[in-house]
Design a protein around this ligand. Structure first.
Ligand code: XIL
Length: 360
């Protein structure tokens, strides 16, 4: 078919008019029925887009076995701008035999993130849990374990250099009363293993943000005080520590950590970033409307607390749907902890987060 010049010119004019209308709508300047129709059909901004307006990210953990679930990965890829591997970068997965590294699971998550323009939090380098048998099944001298730890940290951090923006270098180092947890690392190397781990990680990637991460430190109390003290010491000694990760595994039956915002702020004052790294709000099952409403209010409040503190850089859910939550497996009789239900339908908590982020 031949196309005349006039048709091309009028098509160009039409396209320009369309572009102008779109720009006016985007700028909030267009009115009238057409603009209102456009407004109705415009997809709601995602949690990530809403968080970006505040200079924050909004993320979710995910796990390799879930990645075959297409509706699940579609939402994961569209709603969030940050992901954390739930298990794939843990020691048992990445160094299953001494000196033999396997980054396949972590790489799968990193590749997925890249495809969706998401950033990745590395989780985790040093933790007492989910260690390989070769490490837990024997005694170590301090010199041996130091060498093992250094090699593990540096090999993994080097592998993910430029691919993760932050690492949970040490996970769950303290007990509830603020004393050091008696892990194989503490027992064999003393408390200095934390500073060493941070220094080794920094050598392997001088640009990545290094975090200490723990649960039950959302409120001010003996455990968060221990982190505050340690962070202050480490900073004074020039140890490369950049942030504190508040896991934020909350439970309705234990009450909301009302001092969260104040607590985040005192860590900011040490010159540290903070992040809510593993958020979920569990409840005793069955869920009902009242519990779901309370849960929504908690999600709203924790989101607002992060937004209120300049150096709280972002929020990560510990997966986003009840379908893949770790809670029922670990806390029998509890669950319904996430903002999307098992059918991937948004719950009141999802709408509460949107509202806290300033979306409608
Ligand atoms: C959990 C995972 O989600 C589960 O799949 C696994 O079985 C156990 O670990 N704190 C952490 C996370 O730092 O690594 C934990 O993740 C949840 C508690």
């Amino acid at each position: 078919m031949r196309t005349s010049r006039t048709t091309i010119r009028s098509r160009t004019r039409l396209r320009l008019a369309g572009a102008l209308a779109a720009a006016l709508v985007a700028a909030g300047l267009a009115t009238g029925p057409a603009a209102q129709a456009d407004e109705r059909h415009r997809p709601a901004p995602t949690l990530a887009e809403l968080a970006q307006r505040h200079g924050r990210y909004f993320g979710s953990a995910t796990d390799n076995p879930e990645l075959t679930d297409a509706p699940y990965t579609a939402l994961l890829g569209s709603e969030f701008d940050q992901i954390t591997p739930g298990n794939g970068m843990k020691w048992y997965a990445t160094e299953p035999e001494r000196g033999v590294f396997d980054f396949s699971q972590g790489d799968e998550i990193v590749d997925l993130a890249r495809a969706h323009h998401q950033k990745v939090r590395g989780h985790t380098l040093v933790w007492h849990s989910q260690l390989p048998d070769w490490l837990t099944g024997r005694e170590w001298t301090a010199a041996e374990l130091r060498a093992v730890l250094k090699k593990h940290i540096q090999t993994q951090v080097r592998h993910y250099r430029g691919k993760v923006f932050a690492w949970d270098v040490v996970n769950e180092a303290f007990n509830e009363d603020g004393t050091y947890r008696e892990t194989v690392f503490h027992k064999t190397l003393g408390p200095g293993y934390i500073a060493d781990a941070l220094r080794w990680a920094h050598q392997a990637d001088p640009h990545v943000k290094l975090y200490l991460n723990d649960y039950n430190i959302e409120a001010i109390g003996p455990k968060s005080d221990a982190y505050h003290r340690l962070a202050k010491e480490l900073r004074a000694e020039g140890v490369p520590l950049h942030g504190i990760g508040f896991q934020t595994h909350l439970a309705l039956q234990y009450g909301y950590p009302a001092t969260l915002e104040e607590n985040l702020r005192r860590f900011s004052r040490l010159g540290l970033d903070t992040a809510l790294t593993e958020v979920d709000v569990r409840m005793q099952l069955p869920a009902d409307e009242t519990k779901l409403a309370t849960q929504a209010a908690w999600y709203r409040d924790l989101t607002k607390a992060c937004l209120a503190v300049r150096r709280c850089v972002g929020i990560t859910l510990w997966d986003y749907t009840d379908k893949y939550s770790w809670i029922p497996g670990v806390f029998p009789g509890e669950g319904a902890a996430l903002p999307w239900d098992e059918q991937l339908r948004p719950k009141p908590a999802y709408f509460a987060i949107r509202e806290a982020l300033g979306g409608r």
